[in-house]
Ligand binder design. Structure first.
Ligand SMILES: [Zn+2]
Length: 230
């Protein structure tokens, strides 16, 4: 290849200088094909460069709205702070924050006659967030197979779908969503169901802002600790 190049170069010196320029501009490893008018990449018309910045920023977000595609919800909830987020049955439910799956209930054991408070949620889940906050969702129609107790999942991981299991039967499909402290001992439904109003946080996450409930939960726990009962 090198000998051939020298021969060609000598030939070029005799016949003219145009071929010399051509040979010099070829990278060593590339096949020696003629490029009559090599144009630098910057000579092409300026088009908007496709950017991956937006998806990357989304991936880095700490908090994600827990109902994919949106839901209808208000600031008020009966009896205690929580949010009932109404959406079409089967709408995906995702974890709002990264963390460890603390509890998954795949069977609806609630019975109208007993009305056991611990079973009112029907198909439900809890995630112990990396931010030190517990997130709870209930009344799901289905829980995804991959969601397992003890596993860490990133924010936005699909947990299941919106339904009306437990004591939500007949009330319309919605996700009951609760924010509560992570107590050290296995604590009960009276904490898990919701301690601080999630509304302001849901509004923030819905509009793409990372607002953490961690400080509000810490403040609450300094006063209340882990209540031993309802
Ligand atoms: Zn509710």
């Amino acid at each position: 290849m090198r000998i051939l190049g020298i021969v060609l170069l000598l030939g070029a010196l005799i016949s003219g200088s145009a071929l010399v320029v051509l040979l010099e501009s070829e990278p060593e490893s590339a096949p020696a094909r003629p490029q009559p008018s090599p144009t630098p990449p910057s000579a092409s018309p300026a088009e908007p460069t496709p950017t991956v910045a937006v998806p990357r920023l989304r991936e880095r977000r700490r908090y994600v709205f827990p109902v994919r595609g949106g839901a209808s919800y208000g600031a008020a909830h009966h009896d205690y702070p929580a949010a009932d987020m109404f959406a079409d049955c089967g709408t995906p439910v995702v974890t709002p924050a990264s963390g460890v799956v603390l509890q998954v209930t795949r069977r609806d054991s609630w019975d109208w006659g007993d009305d056991a408070p611990a079973l009112r949620g029907g198909l439900s889940w809890s995630v112990g967030g990396d931010d030190g906050v517990r997130y709870y969702g209930s009344h799901l129609r289905a829980i995804s197979d991959g969601v397992r107790r003890g596993e860490w999942i990133p924010a936005g991981t699909r947990i299941g779908t919106v339904g009306q299991t437990g004591n939500a039967a007949g009330t319309g499909c919605h996700l009951h969503f609760g924010i509560s402290p992570l107590c050290e001992r296995p604590d009960g439904w009276w904490v898990r169901r919701g301690i601080i109003p999630p509304y302001a946080f849901l509004r923030a996450w819905e509009s793409g802002r990372d607002r953490s409930p961690a400080n509000a939960i810490r403040r609450w726990q300094r006063t209340h600790r882990c209540p031993p009962g309802p």
